[in-house]
Ligand binder design. Sequence first.
Ligand code: ZN
Ligand code: ZN
Length: 432
Amino acid sequence: MSETPNKTAFLVREVFPVSQEHIIFNSDKRIEYSCDAYESVIKRAANTGQCFFIVHSHFNGYVGFSELDDEQESKLLTCVWNRISNGYHGSLVFNDASTFEGRVFEPISKEFQEIHRLKVVGNQYRIISSINQPEPRAINLEKLDRNIRAFGEDMQYRMAELHIAVIGCGGTGSALIEMLGRMGIGTLTIVDHDRFDVSNITRMHGTKVGDENRLKTEIISEMIDSFDLATIVVEISERLDNATTGEKLKDCDMIFSCLDDTNFTRLILNQLSLFYYIPLIDMGIAFDSRNEVLHDVLGRIDILTPDRACLLCRDVIDMDACASEMMSPEEYNRQLKIGYAKELKDDNVQSVTYNTMIASQAINEMLYMLLGMRDIHRNSHKVYKYYSDRITNDGVNDLVKKTDCICGLSEKLGRGDSDTFLDMYWPNKNHV
Ligand SMILES: [Zn+2]
Ligand SMILES: [Zn+2]
């Protein structure tokens, strides 16, 4: 489960079909099965601290709960709640993938609470609205006309419902946020603790001379407001190296990470994506220069969904550098001297053309996911070699999850809230 002040989300971790042995009666109009069908599932939910949901469909195509459902589910869910009282339990009914009705049982009042949206995260990112979905957010059809002509009105309404986080408001992040804002994304959470410096003028979108010393998030937020497309901007001007800041990202539908060489923050985003089923699109730019001669510019995009090998399996995160970043500055210097800490690089080379290019490509990947246009299983890792006009994946797309990695552990995938956020050790100080 994922609980925030704004919403409660349930993360599906295990599905148990009713087995043949429990079916008492089955025709094309009705199915009846014994209560034993639930027994082992309720026991498992109780032992593993999970919620319990019943899912079914109706033979006549009717989407919505019947009176019989109301009566039987109230009884069953009361029993479940008596056995697992530290969670919520509920039910879903749907006949195809276009809509559904869902609810959570409130055991004290014996009333049901509506579930509004289902999200399917995998090769595609699908959002399915309930038949009782409240009115969608209003959009400015006139301003967004060219977007609508390209992607359709449905898609535009979906974009208005989306909540996207962008980590880093530098060269790549600012380009990405500007484009997302112009596309009419509903809510943008932007994260950067840094302030604008005049040397950022060469690549940071939305900035001007005179912005020196202002928070980058504040400048970018003003830019988005100036489009007047009703985008809500949530500014987080803190380092993403503590549980409190990390938890603020739980509300997001998707995260773009536009970080420099910061392994610890990437590790947090990797865990967050796996624990909460939030797709993560991670990107980076590297200049390949040898002896002051530029050989190529490399742009990397990694798309992480819960069914794919994670950034640790892909060696995108350097755990030795991560350990150095987690040390206090004194500890880091001490360990570095005796050769136990990995030296942290500071080769922050950037260029507006490449930053903007990789940002565009990352957003296109998001569009492909939303539109279901591409098999991301074959495109989840890409390296663009710009000078040589080549795209490679170095075999990473075929990687399987390492069995001892967090992404391969079923008890971690979709785990959601836990006693210690992301089951991680949170250091007090680091270099991130
Ligand atoms: Zn029913
Ligand atoms: Zn992994």
